[in-house]
Ligand binder design. Structure first.
Ligand SMILES: Cc1ncc(COP(=O)(O)O)c(C=O)c1O
Length: 453
């Protein structure tokens, strides 16, 4: 490693606190310095002990939708930066946010008509929860103060978002700070397929029958519980949850932060079930991974409950400094234009089927691989100790983490969730790159498993 790079990394480890990490790990496994990126590839700073280029098969936390440094998005941001970089969004507006809102109206589920902008996924979720709560209050249903959510759900890491999440990894420490919500056991089609559909539906029905009149909203990640381990469930279950909400007069919040903009093979995961949520949260891929942005979309019915005379105090008093940021809007406009013009979602859906076939042919017969599944271009599988009994490896072995490290040495950014390995690449990735990723993953898995089996 060059001296300059060594200095950069030493400074980082000394002073920078990275996300979701035991920073002690960084002493033995320091961060990888990236100089530039193009398409699905990250290029390491010269002098790195890692390969010159690393294939980013997880789209940099699922947001990089159309490859890194896509020239059309880069031009859009640059043109906007020379015109208007930011303006207060209270009492002011600008052409980019208006054009973007027009575009969103053409793609979101029919009936979502009002759009409130923020700057990250967790903020959108906080906003959605507050809107649901205040909506019920303002239409006179003041006893409806609780939220329902699914087990293994993830909606971000601010306190409200954590309260409707069910992953101990993120929540446990902060339980005393959190709201008391109702957690419905979600389908687990890999480890407990026998529970689906009947038991899963019964569990949801039971919560609604018992607590339906206390609930203001149910929040779900439609079809894909990403951070929970790329758990997938069918559109029929989503529709059944939606129907329960309607039956019990509970708002339905779709957190499409990870699933929106073609990730599941359609514009939005809700489209698979043909439903329009009352409230929908978008972020991540909306700007192609260029700029932080999120949007909360609501129906007329929800929006209208916030209208009134000033003295009625019905306004939604909520703001973020970077709401409606013009640079982010310019990126989002470019993303939607490219998705529509180049039929990217349809092509990615086809590629997803091919990738699924390749995953199955390569990994299905491996004695330690279980639950190969796909949704759009997202393909996932589980590494287990014993396929027959579905026994998992001891988490203390940190097998997924070791596979992650080995794959990086071989030029692939894989980043498993526990022992769940997955691809969630840019939608315009080429077949050859996916083929390379499979080769590297296969090798990394094989080498690490050999040490433990
Ligand atoms: C479904 C879902 N909701 C919310 C979030 C939180 O978004 P952010 O990390 O931008 O706060 C995420 C992030 O992964 C997510 O996957």
């Amino acid at each position: 490693m060059s001296d300059k790079l060594q200095d950069l990394i030493e400074f980082d480890v000394e002073h920078i606190w990275h996300p979701a990490a035991q920073m002690k790990d960084y002493e033995s496994f320091p961060p990888i310095c990236i100089e530039k990126a193009q398409g699905p590839y990250l290029y390491t700073t010269p002098g790195s002990k890692y390969p010159d280029k690393i294939l980013d098969i997880i789209s940099s936390w699922w947001c990089n939708l159309l490859g890194h440094c896509n020239s059309e998005i880069s031009d859009a941001i640059s043109n906007q930066a020379h015109k208007l970089e930011h303006v207060i969004f209270a009492n002011f507006t600008h052409e980019s946010v208006i054009e973007l809102t027009k575009e969103l109206l053409t793609i979101v589920p029919h009936g979502l008509t009002h759009f409130n902008y923020a700057d990250n996924g967790s903020s959108a979720v906080e906003m959605a929860l507050k809107i649901a709560f205040q909506y019920k209050h303002q239409i006179g249903e003041k006893k409806r103060t609780k939220f329902a959510c699914l087990s293994e759900g993830y909606h971000g890491e601010t306190i409200g978002a954590l309260s409707v999440g069910s992953m101990d990894l993120y929540n446990l420490m902060y339980k005393p700070m959190m709201m008391d919500n109702l957690h419905i056991e979600a389908p687990d089609l890999v480890f407990n397929p026998e529970d689906y559909p009947n038991k899963c539906l019964e569990r949801a029905k039971e919560v609604f029958d018992k607590h339906g009149d206390e609930l203001c909203a149910l929040i779900v990640e439609p079809l894909l519980q990403g951070a929970g381990g790329m758990r997938m469930y069918p559109p029929e279950y989503l529709k059944a949850l939606y129907d329960l909400c309607k039956e019990h007069n509970v708002l339905f919040i779709a957190d499409e932060i990870a699933t929106g903009f073609g990730r599941t093979g359609k514009w939005f995961a809700c489209d698979h079930a043909g439903i329009t949520p009352d409230i929908m949260c978008l972020s991540k891929a909306i700007t192609g991974g260029y700029m932080p942005m999120s949007v909360v979309c609501v129906t007329d019915a929800v929006y209208n409950a916030f209208l009134g005379e000033y003295g009625e105090h019905k306004a939604f008093v909520h703001s973020h400094t970077y709401a409606g940021n013009p640079l982010a809007c310019a990126c989002a406009l470019a993303v939607i234009k490219i998705l529509k013009r180049d039929h990217i979602i349809e092509k990615a859906q086809e590629m997803g089927k091919w990738l699924s076939y390749e995953f199955k042919s390569r990994f299905e017969n491996n004695d330690h691989i279980l639950g190969i599944r796909h949704l759009g271009l997202i393909n996932a599988l589980e590494i287990v100790k014993d396929k027959a009994t579905k026994e998992r490896f001891d988490p203390k072995l940190r097998l997924g983490y070791k596979i992650y490290q080995r794959a990086l040495e071989l030029g692939l950014l894989l980043r498993p969730i526990g022992d769940t390995l997955y691809f969630n690449p840019p939608l315009n990735i080429q077949k050859q790159d996916l083929q390379n990723a499979i080769e590297i993953m296969d090798r990394a898995v094989g080498e690490i498993l050999k040490e433990y089996c």
